[in-house]
Design a protein around this ligand. Structure first.
Ligand SMILES: Cc1ncc(COP(=O)(O)O)c(C=O)c1O
Length: 370
């Protein structure tokens, strides 16, 4: 089957680019002397995870317990669930552990810590936990400058049914960077905050074996820092596919983007300067992309057509602005769109078509749900 035979909209994964992206990040981690515990949240497939780990099944990061179960069923055991655990999900996490996985759970909250202690005690298990730290993103995590952060770490370390593995952060504020220089400064901050906080815990007599950092924009800059001493692992995820946002802030170039939404022109209206495509919000997501970098928002980059701008996304239509004087595109014309945010676009498809050049060579089925 060829790309042009696909029913649209479809989600295409360019295997050569994905292999290149995953090999590069693995090599970066190796050069820096840190473990790569890749995040699988972007693709949510066993095939993608295996490529991230060069065919191995060492530690991975997931964003849902559904991902954790699917990865465990495929032979992965060392699985960090990198979202603060809701007490109501503890039974599921314990079931996963009883089934043979070694989930590592996350918290930044004393109430959740109490629930973790109680659930582990009641179940007669020992749960591995990481303390989530806020290194500047302000989405989740303890303030590493606070005394409460040390007190919570001590509580987790002292709980007989818990094992404090260390500290974990995600510098999501790197997505607000406008260029590589700004992303590099955030990467440095992420490293320094975490290494400094780990040192503070150790001075307080609290063991902190693991120091876990990582986002795609900061991992793209790590080799430009003066080393990663004190960091034990990195957890990038988006780099498997990349997307237009990452290209806009300098994490990659557009040619690295491995995922695209394949779509067809379904209406041509040159008199009003528009064409319609069959990829709407339910194929591309409504992520507006790096609006802090671009004055003119577009819901994705139309490959080979920098002159086209996707300006509106009703549910099943995309409305594409044509430059002045454009004659329109024939209905049926096939286009490929690099989404602004590949994690969100991928999540809208129940299958990915894996392509080598124009040939569709495989189909991957991602995990869905929570
Ligand atoms: C806790 C955590 N770690 C790692 C990642 C991976 O970051 P990125 O998607 O920028 O590669 C994410 C992404 O949201 C995350 O939330």
């Amino acid at each position: 089957m060829l790309l042009s035979d696909l029913k649209t909209p479809a989600f295409a994964v360019d295997l050569a680019k994905l292999e290149r992206n995953t090999a590069r990040m693995a090599a970066t981690a190796q050069r820096l002397g840190v473990r790569l515990r890749p995040h699988v949240k972007t693709h949510k497939t066993v095939q993608g995870a295996l490529r991230q780990l060069r065919g191995g099944r060492s530690g991975i990061t997931v964003s849902t317990l559904a991902e954790a179960r699917a990865m465990h069923a495929a032979g992965f055991t060392d699985i960090t669930y990198a979202v603060p655990i809701a007490p109501q999900k503890l039974a599921e996490a314990i079931a996963l552990q009883r089934a043979g996985a070694e989930p590592i759970l996350l918290t930044d909250d004393a109430g959740a810590a109490a629930a973790l202690e109680r659930a582990a005690f009641d179940a007669g298990v020992r749960l591995a936990v990481m303390l989530k730290v806020d290194c500047g993103y302000h989405r989740a995590g303890v303030d590493p400058a606070s005394d409460a952060a040390v007190a919570l770490a001590r509580r987790l370390a002292d709980a007989p049914n818990l094992e404090l593995r260390g500290i974990l952060t995600h510098a999501g504020h790197a997505y607000g960077a406008r260029n590589a220089d700004e992303a590099r400064a955030i990467a440095r901050e992420e490293r320094d905050v975490m290494v400094g906080f780990a040192a503070r815990l150790r001075r307080e007599g609290i063991a902190c074996p693991e120091v876990s950092i990582g986002s795609t924009p900061t991992c793209a800059r790590l080799e430009e820092l003066d080393g990663l001493a004190g960091v034990s692992e990195i957890r990038p995820g988006n780099y498997v596919f990349y997307d237009r946002f990452q290209a806009d802030i300098g994490s990659c170039v557009l040619d690295d983007c491995a995922a695209s939404v394949v779509t067809r022109v379904i209406g041509s209206y040159p008199e009003r300067g528009q064409v319609a495509i069959d990829a709407g919000a339910l194929a591309l997501s409504k992520d507006a992309g790096a609006t802090h970098v671009h004055a003119e928002p577009t819901y994705g980059y139309v490959v080979g057509h920098p002159e086209l701008r996707i300006e509106a996304l009703p549910q099943e239509h995309g409305l594409v602005r044509l430059p002045a004087g454009h004659r329109g595109l024939a209905v049926g014309t096939l286009l490929r769109v690099i989404p602004n945010h590949s994690c969100l676009a991928a999540a809208l498809f129940s299958a990915y078509h894996v392509v080598e050049g124009e040939r569709v060579v495989d189909e991957w089925r991602p995990v869905r749900g929570w």
